[in-house]
Design a protein around this ligand. Sequence first.
Ligand code: NAD
Ligand code: SAH
Length: 414
Amino acid sequence: MMKSIVRDIALAAQGHDKINWVKEFMPVLNILNEDLSKTKPLAGKNVVITMHLEAKTAYLALVLKNAGANVCITGSNPLSTQDDVAAALAEQGVTVYAWYNTTEEEYEQFLHHALDTKPDIIIDDGGDLVALLHGKRSELAAGILGGSEETTTGVLRLHSLADAGKLKFPMIAVNDANCKYLFDNRYGTGQSTWDGIMRTTNLTITGKTVVVAGYGWCGKGVAMRAKGLGANVIITEIDPVKAIEAVFDGFQVMPMKQAAALGDIFVTLTGCKDVIIGEHFANMKSGALLANAGHFDVEINKEDLARHAVSIRKVRKNIEEFTMQDGRKIYLLAEGRLVNLAAGDGHPTEIMDLSFAMQALSVLYILENHAKMENTVHKLPHELDLKVAALKLQAMNIAIDQLTAEQYNYLHQA
Ligand code: NAD
Ligand code: SAH
């Protein structure tokens, strides 16, 4: 196997510190780690992970390695790999092909290197690995027992493949597990998006008008936290039901065309493209801040923004200033890529504990059940959600009531 490719192995000490810190706050993964380190169910299996390579992900990789797997990891976004964490992981026996700020060519090359390890099981975030396994590297697909997908957009891409009858191995939609989207997408994105925006701009949120595009799980979290920070929140949607939900949650709802003139901060979380385009930039206030926390860097149309600008300059780390013909200035954060990961550490640790416990259980589920799984998109059994939630409550020292036999019978009577 090729040696790891990281930016600078000398950064490892800082990376070890970051990984050790998060371990303290990931009790569910710690319990799984203790158990799997003894039983080693993944002995001899090759696992490839394509995910945001920061400390929490590094710990997931180590848990799978401790379970006996040969683990290889690459980043799932050009800007979210942390070079110190990548170096630390390489020192701990995981094969790493990743560094911060990859070019498009490097990004794909690293995915190819990872696939060269001939994985038995894959963990994908966003669908780029699966896409390669159905395109340029389709010769490897037959050897794959199955895999799991972390995020909403990746699951959508999997459904498109499965609906066309083209999916070549079973994939588990970890995103669709309760212990994933209810906490990660909502509270995780809710906190980390504002963390990314605040640490990047050093500006207040209170008193500002925040426009949140998309009122799905992520949008709900971002809107809820914006309200808590004192902002006046406007929602844009295309789904009438989600729009009513936003109204009844106490937010104003209107089309982006109208919201464009009112917003001080715009956050897109739709998984769609061209959510903010030229006609919107034309109406924005001077000083408007644009951030994306949805999957790809296409929600805010950067080409359109550049076309409308007479000058563009980098004014601060992760902030570009676009000066319009009439002198207005519009600021784009983190190149329109996921602001919480490109300009922050992503979701908080206790939340990734839940997401990554579901990922670890998903890998074990594939190991045990792949022979009877069809080549389609699967949900994790609800018992695994209940198991992870119970372990988390236990770690948080929170007890809940149990049904008595009488109550059970009452609830299940005909
Ligand atoms: P979701 O399906 O629950 O919500 C998306 C919402 O956007 C839906 O309500 C949909 O109606 C709406 N929408 C679609 N197109 C729109 C448009 N043009 N204008 C306005 N609204 C539109 O999905 P989700 O789980 O909230 O995820 C949203 C995106 O964020 C996905 O791309 C997902 O992969 C990504 N995601 C990011 C993070 C992160 O860490 N930043 C975390 C989880 C998910
Ligand atoms: N490949 C896409 C991935 C979408 S990101 C891209 O980067 O463009 C959305 C996913 O990132 C979420 O489902 C969430 O679980 C994950 N995520 C958020 N914070 C994270 C963190 N701190 N570490 C690892 N993954 C994280």
